[in-house]
Design a protein around this ligand. Sequence first.
Ligand code: ADP
Ligand code: ZN
Length: 763
Amino acid sequence: MEHTCEVIVDIAHANVDRLYTYLVPQDMLVQVGSHVLVPFGNGNRQREGFVIRVIEAAEKPTEPDEKGPTPVSLKPLLRIIEPYPILTPEQIELAYWMQKSYYCLLVDALRLMIPAQMRGSKIKEKIERTIQLAKPDEVDAQLLSLLDKSGKPRAPKQYEVLETLKTTGIEMTVSDVLAYVPDAQGAISALIKRGYVVEGGHVTFRRPNISALTVDKQVTLNADQQHAVDAITAAMEAKSGTLLLHGVTGSGKTEVYMHAIERCLASDRQAIMLVPEISLTPQTVGLFQERFSDGIAVLHSRLSAGERFDEWRRIRLGKARVAVGARSAVFAPMQNVGLIIVDEEHEGSYQSETVPRYNALDVATYRAKQFGAPLLLGSATPSLLSYYRALSGRYQLLELPGRVQNRPLPEVEIIDMRQEFQAGNNGIFSGKLAQYLGECLERGQQAMLFINRRGYSTFVSCRNCGHVVLCDDCDISMTYHKGENRLRCHFCGSVKPLPTKCPACGKPFIKYFGIGTEQVEEALHNLFPKAVTLRMDTDTIRTKDTMQQMLGAFARGEAQFLVGTQMIAKGHDFPNVTLVGVVAADSTLLIPDYRSTERTFQLLTQVAGRAGRDETPGRVVIQTYSPAHPAIRFAKGHDYKSFYTYELEQRKKAIFPPFSLFIRILFSSDDESALASGVSAYAEQLKLALDERLGDAGKKDILLYSASPAPIKRKQRAYRYQILIKLLRTARLSSAIQTIYTFAADHRDELFAMVEVNPQDML
Ligand code: ADP
Ligand code: ZN
């Protein structure tokens, strides 16, 4: 009998999300993880698939065909798509774990492991045309033959090309040769015809354009950093453990990461480092590139398809041993990982919001165990959960309590904007902030201004009747963008012209309220007409290079002010920035979410951390309408520990996470009445299933169970309803989650529902 293999076909549908057995044609070298083409279904349509298991002739398949015994006439594989297995055994194991943990399709999990464009062969290796000498020994004779009687080349270009190849003595890409000898295409063809030169072709890797904005200084670690690196090294030797590195902004965490990675590489293992997408700035990437040169591969969303494919292959083929990237880099195709780092571990962006909704921290934890690698979490403002685990001994706590070289943390001033208003100032900047901005300019230093909202205003409304202009398709107010003179929905992107009179009462009293980045930029210009301001938000950062250009310009001092959203809050290290202003600290506090205090504290601490990172001390100004709020008070004192104690107490009182867990089941449909009745029936039945599974003892585990319209009731035309469940953390928690997922899978066909464990927002 011949070999067979089990294949999962690349179709995301529950009905076919299982293994199919295929015959392996003789002399086809199939391996676990091979990307193959198979005939599928009755019509034998060609489909792509992944080989999950190869079965030697005598073995039995893992999953007997549901229709009974294996049919005698198995279909054969058609061909192998890539010469190497595109999935590693560890990735396959991980996908099975994800399928079980997130109740997702196996194929959806597998798809995360490879660049999207590999499916359907939408992207190919880039082969560069190369040429080299056909007979290096005879090149002198060949050169002579190209000379006429007087000793001058008869075909000067051919002569030059041949000479160039002789001098370099290596295979050269045609584009390199043309750089030496312009317009020599014809000459190259002629040399090939003569048989003097032969053509080749070799694979090149498209690499993102990484230009470092900072010079890599070789520093000597201070005692705290050294202690941290030693602890991480010990964990690498022990091949286990989770460590939480709590270091204030500017304490040199990055340097600790890099030293730990060096140790990891020295023991011949690979490293993965995750950073939030937003802080994957050219600055961070450039620094790593300088330190590890081509040993690193970078994975983030601003790469072109070709670059992403090639960076991934550089890892897969062992050319890069350090993967630096956003959330999805946790799936990097490595086979000998010795260390996984998650920087800014408190960031919400590690939770994927698309199917399968995985949490990169959980996946990192699993992968670390899989490889016997320690997991290093780092932050200036650890999530409550991680810090809680560190204090309880589950994680090893490493601390960098001060900035490097004893630089002081910046002084933070809180400005009460109510008092400003009472004193007659209704502008964007308080008197103090305006004064500091002016002084900053005079001293030739730079300032960063943070505002949480892009566009010009937060909403547009009528002064006469109070009507607020909403998106036609979503249940939220539209933002005025002055640059394009239009209103924009920040949910779905739809645009509307700015009305000249109120759509409700017809009066011409339309006004904008709330501040956005555009308005801050304008206010700066009015106040300091000579100064140059850069604005960084998703409106101005459209292409993959604009961010790099803008940060480069700011680093070179071509602008004095940088205005931006979250994008400027993290990771940046500009030595000449001595002033940071938070224009309105309240916007994140007002979001109805139990995490808004924590998030505001984290954001303010991060933003404040951008100031005074070099020798000149920095200053931070936070403008707010609620100066007494704990998030603001503790951020002023850079006091994480007091914040933690305060906030944990609040969470304990209200039984909020980490003492409980939220699950949201989100439903959407165009038909509101069908949705409303469907959801209430769903809620009733699910409750019965939960009560049955949890039993009498578990009844009190359910702290909240509600079915209602979502706070944002309409998004992109669809109505949204939700069931919100709050569960106490007990031993029964996983049974409860399982019941909810299983119920959702069983009712998949009736209503479109999405289960979110620990949703990042509940709007
Ligand atoms: P964090 O990530 O904790 O905010 P960084 O890693 O960005 O801090 O470090 C801040 C600055 O301090 C960087 O410019 C870095 O090069 C520098 N630095 C780090 N460690 C040392 C050290 N031991 N001695 C001197 N400078 C250091
Ligand atoms: Zn909309």
